[in-house]
Design a protein around this ligand. Structure first.
Ligand SMILES: Nc1ncnc2c1ncn2[C@@H]1O[C@H](COP(=O)(O)OP(=O)(O)O)[C@@H](O)[C@H]1O
Ligand SMILES: [Mg+2]
Length: 397
């Protein structure tokens, strides 16, 4: 890695050596010193020198006038807020206030011992990482679609649909799809895919500090269809370790790495589901073909409206649509207030395929039910994402 991580703005060549020594070769990236041609470290000169280079930390001093050091800190804070600024100078009683006002992150004495140098730089690097994440979300094109599957009732076929959708998409784009089991109490994505996870979403939030995508990827379980799964916890109690905010962070981090993130949820609207919905591009609403399910879904749609969850592109799937219960699709559409995108029929092939761990789109692709699921898959591979969403994402961050 040759990314510039630390820029030392100081005329003192010896200081570079001190910092290198404090890191003992453990700095992941580059460190450079810039002396501004014998002491002339002015804000314009430093900003000009930085150009397109993106150091995480700029350390100002030692060997600079305090006023010009603070002036430089102020300009960096204004023009390059993603950079975290350290001031290397002797501390005086009034310095801290001045430094904080200038946007300095930390003040370090020029003669600090190695351990203090190292920890001050480490803290500044961590802050920069957080700031960069906040200030510069990856562009929309670089983010995958987050598709959350929702239904007011248990047993309506959410897991069946999520796993079929995920496997169907993975067949079209191998390795680019991940399914997340957000049913933190009784999630059964791993059973439906018949995989034995070694890690779960709980492990993703156990590690302290900011979420690290590389670690997150090691917690995924592969399925034979080239799909990845972030499985649910082993017990409902374990699931309590995951907060709604963490669930959202996990899903967002995965969207930075995968083209599609499918989120299977538990029944109803929970805090976790709402949190993940905030960052979802698509919402698949589903219900079974009976009056109670349909009415509940209508209430759920109303509740989502009231909560302002209207920006996601909606897809409406009715499951067991061929049930002879005196309802027809038109009644359902009128009650729910949404057109039905896909009607999935009842089929013995569904539970059979679940027992095999190979959703019907894969195990029995010619069956009517598999073709219906595939129609839903095609809605995602064919349609471009709705433009309005980028506004939601940007506004929501
Ligand atoms: N279209 C269908 N035909 C037959 N069985 C189905 C169908 N959809 C779902 N099922 C069965 O219904 C049960 C509940 O489905 P599941 O996907 O686990 O619901 P949820 O996740 O909403 O609780 C499962 O045993 C599943 O195999
Ligand atoms: Mg389920």
């Amino acid at each position: 890695m040759t990314d510039l991580r630390i820029l030392l703005a100081t005329p003192e060549a010896g200081y570079e050596q001190r910092v290198r020594q404090a890191f003992r070769g453990m700095l992941n990236g580059d460190l450079r010193r810039w002396d501004g041609h014998l002491g002339a470290v002015t804000p314009d000169a430093v900003l000009g020198q930085l150009g397109d280079v993106q150091p995480d930390v700029v350390a100002i001093g030692p060997g600079l006038e305090l006023d010009s050091a603070l002036e430089l800190a102020k300009r960096l804070e204004q023009d390059r807020p993603e950079i975290s600024v350290l001031l290397i100078t002797e501390t005086t009683p009034t310095l801290w206030e001045q430094a904080l006002r200038a946007g300095v992150r930390d003040v370090l004495a020029p003669d600090a011992v190695d351990a203090d140098v190292r920890s001050a730089f480490d803290r500044a690097l961590a802050v920069a990482e957080g700031r960069r994440r906040m200030l510069a979300p990856p562009p929309m094109e670089a983010r995958g679609r987050i598709i959350t599957v929702l239904s007011p009732k248990g047993g309506s076929g959410k897991t069946t649909l999520s796993t079929n959708l995920a496997v169907g998409l993975a067949m079209a784009q191998p390795g680019r799809v991940v399914i997340v089991d957000l049913d933190l109490q009784f999630g059964d994505v791993s059973s439906a895919l018949r995989v034995t996870p070694e890690s779960s979403i709980v492990d993703a939030v156990r590690t302290p500090g900011p979420l690290d995508v590389m670690t997150l990827k090691t917690l995924l379980t592969p399925h034979a269809s080239s799909l990845w799964a972030l499985c649910g916890p082993e017990s409902p109690a374990e699931g309590e370790a995951v907060s709604a905010e963490q669930a959202k962070d996990v899903v967002e981090a995965l969207a930075g790495e995968f083209d599609y993130v499918i989120v299977d949820t538990c029944a109803g609207i929970t805090e976790h589901t709402l949190s993940v919905l905030e960052v979802s591009s698509d919402l698949v609403l589903m219900c079974a073909m009976d009056v109670l399910s349909v009415r509940s879904l209508r209430k759920e749609v109303d509740a989502l409206e009231q909560l302002g969850m209207t920006q996601q592109k909606r897809h409406f799937v009715i499951n067991r649509a061929d049930s002879k219960v005196g309802l027809d699709i038109k009644d359902v559409e009128a009650t729910v207030g949404l057109p039905v995108d896909v009607a999935v029929s009842s089929s013995r092939a569904v539970p059979l395929s679940m027992n095999q761990g190979s959703p019907v789109v894969e195990s029995d692709p010619r069956s009517a039910v598999a073709r219906q699921f595939t129609n839903l898959v095609n809605q995602f591979t064919d349609q471009p994402q709705r433009a309005g969403l980028s506004l939601l994402r940007r506004g929501g961050r």
